[in-house]
Design a binder for this molecule. Structure first.
Ligand SMILES: *Cc1c(COP(=O)(O)O)cnc(C)c1O
Length: 449
């Protein structure tokens, strides 16, 4: 009897050619659809072994469930309603549309990425990027790699392999997943010399630790936490004034702040003027560009970095270079502005307006305007919050986390946040279209609340 039922299961090939399965080819490839089909068929066989009869609809619906689950794992656009403007899990800074458009031809066609149009021979792979960075930061020269973690690794490997690097105990940081200063140091072949305490490190702590093996003092920006209360550390200027000339003073600045809008963040330019020999930062934090790591500083040092074979393993391609060049041009032409996204910290009233628009036409009892605070995130100004407004979602039936989960499962996932005991939506970075869409999702959600 079982055998009879088993024979009813169509051949894999036949299932794959059925439109109910083949619709997935285009979305997840024929290979992955085939894997889902085999898994659904196995499940079907198990069922029959256990005495069930063959159910064609159940088979195809299982295939569809498996394929949908896979399809949903692709990288998808989401709506950032979290109140964290540059969220590493959401791709940090979005590339602005004009920047993206300006780079289209370079990326979809051939380009002069590493070709000298003057000589027709191999040229330098960086266009105007170094000129722009030097102009923006006051550095003599710079190098670009794929991200800031790579920049720090390259820096340490080039100048401190087999030597000592002095780092304050207050700066032994871990930034996001997997970037730990002590580990990067070890990987680079450098020896870590810890000085000071978590809250206090003095100039003398640094100076007393200097030996003939010391290559560098590395200062690391505390990107994702703050130390408050009884704290003190020497400034870059204080250190540079007393440090022997042959010891490199390097700063992992991280966020790439270029103007004075962010109080309490050291601008890259200030660090260089104050005597840092080299400063590293990310391209996709407040700079608003693509993921990249920049090393800006003294010319002789950049020449040495360029000669380290390791740099070849961190070399960005045309996508990064073209986007970075265009983003930097934009920053140069509006020195007080940032990317549209970082600017929302200045626009508390505009965010309130967005909240009001969102609320219009949906339940006033369930969606409440609340004053809120947002932060830049992505490893900048850890201690700074900016006044803003959000919509609090009030529910009798659903816990806050369940509402957050439901919003995340929307057609275009909405990434909300929890405020107190409630789910909340911060619309600071919403576009008009996103606002309309979120409103429609909230409207549909109303009856479940
Ligand atoms: C963000 C950050 C990093 C890591 O930068 P990536 O570009 O993500 O590699 C390293 N150091 C500091 C201080 C940072 O803020």
């Amino acid at each position: 009897m079982n055998n009879l039922e088993m024979r009813k299961i169509p051949q894999t090939e036949q299932i794959l050619n059925d439109p109910r399965a083949s619709v997935w080819n285009e979305k997840i490839s024929r290979q992955l659809t085939a894997a889902a089909v085999r898994s659904a068929v196995d499940h079907c066989r198990e069922g029959i072994k256990n005495g069930e009869s063959f159910d064609e609809d159940a088979l195809y619906s299982n295939i569809s469930i498996l394929c949908t689950r896979l399809y949903n794992r692709r990288i998808r656009p989401v709506i950032n309603a979290s109140g964290v403007i540059l969220h590493t899990n959401m791709g940090r800074s979005p590339i602005e549309q004009e920047v993206w458009d300006a780079c289209e031809d370079i990326n979809t066609g051939y380009s002069s990425l590493e070709l000298s149009l003057k000589t027709g021979k191999r040229g330098k792979r960086n266009g105007l990027v170094p000129f722009f960075i030097n102009t923006l930061t006051g550095a003599e020269s710079c190098a670009v790699v794929n991200n800031n973690a790579a920049a720090v690794h390259l820096l340490l490997n080039t100048f401190a392999a087999g030597k000592e690097v002095i780092v304050s105990r207050g700066e032994q940081v871990q930034i996001g997943g997997g970037f730990r200063i002590p580990e990067i140091l070890e990987l680079s072949g450098a020896r870590l010399v810890e000085v000071g305490t978590t809250n206090i490190t003095t100039v003398d702590d640094y100076l007393n630790a200097v030996t003939e093996d010391t290559a560098m003092i590395l200062k690391v920006h505390r990107s994702n936490f703050a130390i408050r209360g009884f704290t003190s550390e020497p400034s870059v200027r204080e250190l540079s004034e007393v440090l022997p000339d042959d010891i490199i003073l390097a700063v992992d600045q991280g966020s790439g702040v270029l103007n004075e809008k962010l109080k309490g963040e050291d601008r890259v330019r200030t660090l260089i003027t104050d005597g840092a020999d080299i400063v590293t930062f990310s391209g996709d934090k407040v700079l608003g560009g693509p993921q990249a790591g920049v090393l800006a500083g003294r010319r002789e040092m950049i020449i040495k970095l360029d000669k380290n074979p390791l740099i070849r393993t961190m070399r960005p391609g045309k996508t990064i270079y073209s986007l970075l060049e265009t983003s930097l041009l934009q920053r140069l032409n509006s020195p007080n502005a940032w990317s549209r996204h970082a600017e929302v910290i200045d626009s508390c009233e505009a965010v309130k307006d967005k909240c009001r628009k969102l609320k219009r036409g949906i339940s006033a009892e369930k969606y409440k305007l609340i004053s809120d605070k947002i932060c830049i995130g992505g490893g900048s100004t850890p201690d700074q919050f900016f006044e803003s407004w959000s919509i609090e979602i009030i529910s009798e039936h659903l816990k806050a986390q369940m509402i957050i989960d439901l919003l995340r499962q929307a057609e275009t996932p909405i990434i909300g946040t929890i405020r107190g005991d409630s789910a909340a939506i911060n619309p600071a970075v919403f576009t008009d279209d996103e606002l309309k869409y979120v409103k429609s999702v909230l409207k549909d959600l109303e009856e479940k609340l």
